[in-house]
Design a protein around this ligand. Structure first.
Ligand SMILES: [Zn+2]
Length: 276
């Protein structure tokens, strides 16, 4: 195949999502000379504030959170050697059911067509061969993740540019492994509240996963990227693993391929299989 530059675009909801679910592929493909574009849809204003102030608590200043998280995002991109960072700047909508869901400027209240227009313009500009986002449940039901999925699929359909589209996922076998390692490491993982509705099952059975990318060689960069977002409590659990366990647990990134024009056979071990 003729030498040409390839481009990966990852569309994420908040500052830090790029590191947790795609830090490995962003670092690996950048190291392979592939151009990487990160699109972060929201400003993360509903995250923890400086000093660990929780959203809704006294002293939680959304503007200060936005500034802090933008700086963290830029540091994460530097760790992952992301070629281009694009932020859409929608307001973080908060978790499902929070009053912030419906506030003006929230990503969740933005019409899909309107946000998809802006993303389509970026797809036109960068012409990504591969686009990565979340599944229709935003992997775990967060409104901004669901909305990122919706606008990505709309923008892909509108432009017809990417040859391959993927949704991030986690193999069910990994959840058990995760619990075991966390326990072994003595890390307290937040238990679901008593009497809470059972969560819909996350991830996919192993045999439904199309794409397994080995990013263990880039786990140190992924760890460093996540460490730039240590202001967010949920990331601290991963950092508590330490580098070795982190590599063991987070070194394989898995995806389900939902659009493909290359005919590359699955299962595959490379998002760019069939393109080079
Ligand atoms: Zn998120």
């Amino acid at each position: 195949m003729a030498e040409r530059s390839l481009t990966l675009m990852a569309v994420h909801a908040h500052p830090d999502d790029e590191a947790t679910s795609t830090g490995g592929v962003l670092a690996r493909y950048a190291a392979e000379g592939i151009s990487t574009v990160l699109v972060t849809c929201t400003d993360g204003r509903c995250g923890d504030g400086p000093g660990g102030v929780k959203p809704g608590a006294e002293g939680h200043d959304p503007a200060a959170v936005v500034t802090m998280r933008q700086e963290e995002l830029e540091a994460s991109c530097a760790a992952l050697k992301v070629t281009h960072l694009e932020t859409l700047g929608y307001h973080d909508s908060g978790m499902m059911g929070w009053p912030t869901n419906d506030q003006p400027g929230a990503f969740w209240t933005t019409p899909v067509a309107e946000a998809a227009d802006r993303l389509a313009a970026l797809i036109d500009k960068y012409r990504p061969d591969v686009v990565v986002t979340y599944d229709e449940n935003g992997f775990y039901g967060h409104p901004d993740h669901i909305q990122a999925h919706r606008i990505t699929m709309a923008a892909v359909a509108r432009t017809g540019i990417p040859a391959k589209v993927y949704w991030t996922t986690v193999p069910r076998s990994a959840f058990a492994e995760f619990g075991r390692v966390m326990q072994e490491a003595g890390i307290e993982w937040p238990e679901p509240e008593a009497g809470a509705e059972p969560e819909p099952e996350l991830g996919l059975p192993d045999d439904e996963i199309t794409t397994w990318v080995d990013t263990r060689a880039y786990a140190a960069q992924k760890f460093d990227a996540l460490a730039t977002h240590a202001s967010q409590t949920e990331n601290i659990f991963f950092l508590q693993l330490g580098r070795e366990r982190f590599t063991e647990l987070m070194g394989m990134e898995t995806f389900v391929r939902v659009h493909d024009t290359t005919g590359a056979p699955v299962p595959e071990d490379d998002l760019f299989a069939g393109l080079r």
